[in-house]
Design a binder for this molecule. Structure first.
Ligand code: ATP
Ligand code: MG
Length: 393
């Protein structure tokens, strides 16, 4: 059995010793069957949060109101969630009430898609009430129960269906597609932040281009935070989304492909955090640098420079591995990473020159920094002091 499941087994066994039932559930079981990388192991149990906290020495109460407690075991975190049954969804955000039921099947039935609604017991026997394994084999996405009902309950599931389609390279079952068309308008009620998270995960998938096209046809794009529908063009479909490495690259690609004039406003409408908006702004500027000077590299840093080349490769469908190598080389020749690495500072300069502080000092520092970066001045205290003495404003 997979090592991650083996490592988690003692947690389930311990719960059983205490008289509770416990199962591996959700994404980890799906990813095991798909032989994909398993991110984390989730456990569902009849034990209540207070039981879990009592039984295990190290726990973190992350979402008691949803019945979730993190158990730390051998330095790994496991989310243990009490079996749940949700009654109606009132505000399209969170279930209005969570009941704890002692029934695994009930818990699995509230999950979104058949392949996310499987469990595995402590002997690694699969529990599959809704045909998840069969759907994985047929590579099809199907909701647990009536898709119209399930999408009405929680329209975010529409975005999740698109995400799984893109990432797992799967098709969506016909009835589920019809329900997506019918319920897409409900996405307006989902918070933009949650939609953004699913949207960017979708762009990581192999099928991102096709799925964007699918979202256009089913009018899902119409109900996303911005006017992506009008912006979306052929270039989206052919773009090699899965060659990108980071979310800032993905958002920058969206901007570049869509000819958005006000990038900041566009990203704000997706409710992206400020640090992301800032990074996208920098990456977009870096992307437009054609020949990287040492000073550019020093200013943006190696990581941002390489990131812009990855983006360029995807935009132009060219392999720029050699450019990346050159940048690595050029960057390694720059003797400093910031002004702090220069052995003399403003105070030393005032002392050497015997001048009153003024704007000249900033100019001198800037010039000295540039000469060091370009290799015209060596990073040696007496050399720098001599240069300062000779400097003329
Ligand atoms: P990832 O690989 O991104 O972690 P995941 O399927 O594990 O994908 P999570 O958001 O971690 O997604 O959710 C864990 C499980 O909870 C899912 O496998 C699914 O069973 C259930 N789930 C998550 N979101 C929903 C939802 N909106 N409606 C119903 N069930 C959901
Ligand atoms: Mg998960």
């Amino acid at each position: 059995m997979n090592k991650m499941f083996e490592n988690a087994l003692p947690v389930l066994k311990r719960l059983e010793e205490e008289g509770f039932s416990a199962y591996f559930v959700g994404g980890c079981v799906r990813d095991l069957l798909l032989q994909r990388h398993i991110k984390d192991i989730d456990i569902a149990s009849s034990a209540r949060p207070e039981d879990v906290q009592r039984i295990f020495p190290k726990t973190i109460p992350v979402g008691i109101e949803h019945g979730t407690v993190i158990v730390r075991h051998d330095s790994v975190s496991y989310e243990v969630t009490t079996f749940r049954k949700e009654d109606e969804y009132k505000d399209y955000r969170r279930p209005s009430k969570v009941w704890f039921v002692d029934d695994l099947k009930e818990d699995l039935s509230r999950r979104d898609f058949t392949f996310n609604a499987m469990a595995m017991d402590t002997s690694f026997q699969l529990i599959d009430h809704f045909g998840g394994r069969e759907d994985l084999k047929r590579e099809q996405i199907r909701t647990v129960g009536d898709p119209n009902l399930r999408f009405s309950e929680d329209p975010l599931r529409i975005m999740r269906a698109c995400r799984f389609m893109s990432v797992f390279n799967m098709a969506i079952e016909k009835k589920t597609i019809d329900a997506i068309k019918e319920k897409a308008h409900l996405l307006k009620r989902i918070s933009t932040e949650r939609i953004s998270i699913e949207f960017i995960k979708l762009l990581q998938g192999e099928q991102a281009g096709d799925v964007l096209e699918f979202m256009k046809k089913t009018s899902v794009l119409n109900h996303l935070p911005t006017e992506l529908q009008e912006k979306q063009n052929e270039r989206y479909k052919d773009f090699h989304w899965n060659t990108l490495e980071t979310d800032e690259q993905r958002w920058t690609a969206i901007l570049l492909l869509s000819d958005v004039s006000n990038g900041r406003a566009f990203l704000k409408s997706w409710k992206l955090p400020n640090h992301m908006i800032k990074k996208v702004g920098e990456l977009k500027a870096a992307y437009h640098i054609d020949a990287w000077s040492k000073m550019d590299l020093y200013h943006y840093g190696l990581e941002m420079a390489l990131s812009s080349i990855t983006l360029k490769s995807a935009m132009e469908k060219k392999d720029y591995a050699n450019v990346k190598e050159q940048l690595h080389q050029r960057y390694s020749e720059i003797p400093i990473t910031s002004r702090k690495d220069i052995p003399i500072d403003g105070e030393d300069i005032l002392e050497i020159t015997n001048r009153e502080p003024g704007i000249w000092l900033g100019k001198l520092l800037e010039e000295m920094e540039k000469k060091i970066v370009d290799g015209e001045l060596t990073l040696n205290t007496s050399t720098l002091k001599d240069w300062v003495k000779r400097w003329e404003p």
